[in-house]
Design a protein around this ligand. Structure first.
Ligand code: ZN
Length: 98
């Protein structure tokens, strides 16, 4: 598979917890218009835990954000999730690292 133009290996490491981020298949109904992005799926990631508490305390919502990196335009940002397991079914298994 050809890597996207803005791919930066360093950005596939989560800046909040140091975990290797996983390729995540973008839902077909999203507006991103790219096939996949990188997402930190570490449930102990500081960013995820912090926002989980924040949403609960400030909005009484059980939801949070995971750190996301779009290698097609170089942008990083939040991916909203509503549970620990949300979005995990779209993780792309990396055959090359097996
Ligand atoms: Zn992380």
């Amino acid at each position: 598979m050809q890597e996207p133009e803005k791919f930066d290996m360093e950005k596939t490491i989560c800046p909040h917890c140091g975990s290797r981020m996983l390729k995540w298949r973008v839902p077909p109904d999203s507006t991103w218009g790219v096939p996949y992005q990188y997402v930190c799926f570490n449930d102990e990631c500081e960013y995820f835990i912090k926002h989980w508490k924040y949403m609960l305390e400030n909005y009484r919502q059980r939801a949070s954000f995971r750190h996301r990196y779009n290698p097609f335009n170089g942008e990083t940002g939040p991916l909203p999730v509503w549970s620990f397991s949300a979005m995990k079914s779209s993780i792309i298994k990396d055959e090359e690292s097996a």
